[in-house]
Design a protein around this ligand. Structure first.
Ligand code: B12
Ligand code: SF4
Ligand code: SF4
Length: 347
């Protein structure tokens, strides 16, 4: 049996794209991670720079190949929510649908199990594993990292989630994109569109200023950081939405992509008072299978409070909610709910 061909047809039947690289340490990634550490840009939930982040053999010593897998997630065009006097928050597209972790996990595990059955030890990771997925995906030739720091894949733009499969199987090394492809050229739309200047160095995201990260940081935020959030209560898609490759991507609207549609969860523009009135039970029913559950309801409420207090002039309902939360026993809610003195200025 030709293992590469059989593997390829199994991966395709699961709705995945893939590219294969030799299982070698990535020196460029090591340097990027160390530089990032020096700058203090490591995300709060990320492991420190150590060999298991850039060397596949530190995880599976007998690995021969790294297979970079992509699960397409092109968003369907949806209405953004009608104009309303009730203040709304902004939820990133990936968090308005099903959590990609289990969707990619079972597909990756199925491929790993199949390879194991052929006699090749294999391991799969998605997101929470130590290896940096974008860098290995680029090294394998699945796509190219754009100035927004995301992997651009022809036909999908940035709309794909990534996972890595380490295996002893001698799969044929074959890139999907030409290694000399320069996707960005003179374009700098994402850098200019980023509202917090987190992309001032092309391809390197200043995590301390990235809205996506700030929405996930726990506890009380310093005022300067809280002000970066604007109306975002989970994640941020701006540097993807402006990218011509992502704008041009067409959703299949079927298969796994369907699960990223906001038919489930709290939607893309939820009313802030609704979030602040949610209790555990209804939150679990509506959002337990979405990425909003990573931080849980308390973090979402903190972000909703930061968003609400910016909606000047404050309505009487907003004032009442902010006063209620200002008296709470959670310091992060109390701080986020500090009501501006006359309601005409931001706190
Ligand atoms: C930590 C993390 C974050 C942090 C930090 C982001 C960052 N840029 O490092 C925060 C919370 C900010 C974040 C945000 C988002 N993330 Co994130 N995140 C991760 C995680 C867990 C680790 C990333 C990491 O190791 N970063 C360290 C840097 C140094 O390494 P790197 O990512 O491999 O890529 C860098 C190098 O390749 C380097 N590079 C490549 N070529 C070159 C060339 C030159 C010249 C230079 C200088 C650098 C360079 O630049 C790349 C970008 O910094 C990965 C999952 C994983 N385990 O890999 C997901 C992951 C990268 N995130 C993902 C997504 C979807 C997002 C968001 C879009 C979510 C959202 N909508 O809010 C945003 C996008 C923000 C952005 N513009 O990157 C996807 C990316 C999919 C894709 N198509 O690229 C991943 C792979 C998760 C997944 N399994 O699908 N994320
Ligand atoms: S996710 Fe938002 S804040 Fe982060 S780099 Fe992209 S545009 Fe900037
Ligand atoms: S918006 Fe332009 S510069 Fe940014 S990633 Fe897309 S093509 Fe590259």
């Amino acid at each position: 049996m030709d293992v590469t061909r059989a593997f390829a047809s199994f991966a395709r039947s699961l709705g995945l794209l893939f590219a294969v690289a030799p299982a070698r340490p990535l020196g460029s990634l090591r340097r990027a991670l160390l530089l990032r550490e020096e700058r203090g840009w490591r995300a709060s939930f990320e492991p420190p720079p150590e060999p298991r982040r850039w060397d596949p053999k530190a995880i599976l010593p007998t690995a021969q190949r790294v297979v970079a897998l992509a699960l397409p997630a092109v968003p369907r065009r949806t209405r953004e929510g009608r104009a309303s006097p009730i203040p709304r928050g902004v939820v990133s597209r990936y968090a308005a649908g099903y959590d990609y972790h289990p969707l990619l996990q079972w597909r990756g595990e199925a491929l790993a199990l199949w390879l194991k059955a052929q006699g090749y030890e294999s391991r799969f990771q998605v997101d929470t594993g130590p290896l940096s997925e974008r860098s290995f995906a680029e090294a394998a030739g699945l796509g190219k990292v754009g100035k927004n720091g995301l992997l651009l894949i022809p036909g999908l733009g940035t709309w794909a989630f990534l996972g890595l499969l380490l295996t002893e199987a001698p799969l044929k090394v074959k890139p999907l994109v030409d290694p000399s492809w320069d996707p960005c050229g003179e374009c700098d739309l994402c850098q200019r569109a980023c509202p917090t200047d987190a992309l001032r160095i092309a391809k390197e995201v200043d995590t301390s200023r990235c809205i996506s990260h700030v929405t996930q940081e726990r506890g009380v935020l310093q005022e300067a950081k809280a002000s970066l959030l604007h109306s975002h209560i989970w994640g941020c898609d701006i540097c993807q939405e402006v990218c011509p490759y992502s704008r041009g991507a067409v959703s299949l609207g079927r298969g796994p992509e369907m699960l990223f549609s906001p038919w489930y969860g709290l939607g893309r523009r939820p009313f802030l008072p609704t979030i602040l009135r949610l209790t555990k039970g209804p939150f679990r029913r509506r959002a337990a299978h979405t990425p909003l559950n990573w931080g849980g309801l308390p973090l979402l409420k903190r972000n909703a409070l930061y968003a609400l207090r910016r909606k000047i002039p404050l309505s009487s309902l907003s004032r009442r909610l902010l006063r209620e939360y200002a008296a709470s026993d959670r310091p992060e809610w109390r701080e986020a709910a500090r009501v501006p003195r006359d309601g005409t200025e931001e706190p």
